[in-house]
Design a protein around this ligand. Structure first.
Ligand code: COA
Length: 322
């Protein structure tokens, strides 16, 4: 049994924060941020939540796919910023959209979260366990940022993207690749609640995202082209056969470097980071939804997807659209 992606949706918080807005509250500038990253603005939550944005993105994807809540039998959310340790964001989405027949759980693979969710859903559909899956990447990264660390907080944003994938005789997942390198996890990490049990001295300090930007950059520009090459070859295709490359939206320089290493025109790399920033697991599905709603995706097109980030983790896939 194969799998087709049949609908997409996304949801961004209402509040837009430009680089100039950030320059009013910290020592930075539009010139520094946009020249190094391509980011112009990002959406940040006020009252919105990870689960709320996920549910909204899900409803839009369901409408786009023509699928009802009752038909969904699997919900997977890729996130590192769920609203609660438990219940999982996926369970909150299940309740919000009324998908009573679904099994629901979260995956933590940072910026590769949506891609890992896609690959897990594919495995379940392929083995015949489920028929219709809702996969989501969603983050409220702004709550994990150290807003005193200008080298990281300017890069990230909040939002959610969703896709419906369905079991189908025609296999639309042509190939995938995924990997992890826990030994290098420290270059992009975020702490959690500190231990407050009675056996230890409690530190009330919450930890926030910290990143060695240059190491992450080097990791991305070597791992992503290698993973894409491997996946495209496994799909029995050449790089020229790929109509679009929908990459995790971390940084325009990473995307330009990947395009150069693959010897592909940058025109084949659609961008959302200029108005979204880096939204970790939500980047790829939001970009896919923008491409879908702009009418860029035509039946039969080959789209290469790739996510990479904390863990370290990475994952690529080549899908056939429609
Ligand atoms: N505004 C103004 N200046 C800033 C700044 C900001 N927001 N953040 C850092 N700086 C300063 C630094 O303090 C440093 O100043 P100094 O030279 O006086 O010490 C200077 O800018 C250069 O900093 P540096 O860290 O060397 O910049 P860089 O060229 O490596 O670019 C990144 C930084 C983060 C843009 C770049 O490393 C990068 O894109 N890395 C990949 C990160 C990423 O995509 N992560 C997510 C992957 S999922």
């Amino acid at each position: 049994m194969g799998m087709r992606m049949i609908g997409t949706g996304s949801c961004l918080p209402k509040t837009v924060v430009t680089n100039d807005d950030l320059a009013k509250i910290m020592d930075t500038s539009d010139e520094w941020i946009s020249s190094r990253t391509g980011i112009k603005e990002r959406h940040l939550v006020k009252e919105e939540t990870t689960a709320g944005m996920s549910a909204e993105a899900a409803l839009r994807a369901m409408e786009n796919a023509g699928v009802t809540a009752e038909e969904i039998d699997l919900i997977i959310v890729g996130t590192v910023s769920a609203d609660h340790a438990t219940p999982a964001c996926a369970c909150e989405v299940q309740a919000a959209i009324g998908a009573a027949n679904a099994v629901a759980f979260d995956i933590n693979a940072a910026c590769s979260g949506f891609m890992f969710a896609l690959n897990v859903a594919h495995a379940y559909l392929q083995m015949g366990a489920y028929k219709t899956a809702l996969i989501i990447g969603a983050e409220t990264l702004s709550k994990l940022m150290d807003w005193g660390d200008r080298s990281t907080c300017v890069l990230f944003g909040d939002g959610a993207g969703a896709a419906i994938v369905r079991a189908d005789e025609r296999e639309g997942m042509l190939a995938y690749d995924q990997g992890s390198d826990g030994a290098r996890g420290g270059v992009l990490a975020c702490g959690n609640r500190s231990n407050n049990n009675p056996l230890v001295e409690t530190s009330k300090e919450l930890e926030y995202v910290h990143m060695d930007g240059q190491e992450v950059y080097k990791f991305a520009v070597t791992t992503v082209p290698a993973s894409l090459h491997k996946t495209i070859e496994a799909a029995g295709l050449n790089v020229e056969d790929i109509d679009y490359f929908a990459l995790h939206q971390a940084n325009i320089r990473i995307i330009q470097s990947v395009a150069k290493r693959l010897k592909v025109s940058e025109d084949k790399f659609p961008i959302s980071l200029d108005h979204c920033g880096n939204i970790s697991a939500a980047s790829v599905p939001i970009l896919l939804d923008e491409m879908n709603r702009k009418g860029l995706l035509k039946p039969g097109m080959k789209v290469a997807l790739s996510g990479f980030g904390g863990g370290l983790t990475w994952a690529s896939a080549v899908i056939e659209w429609g």
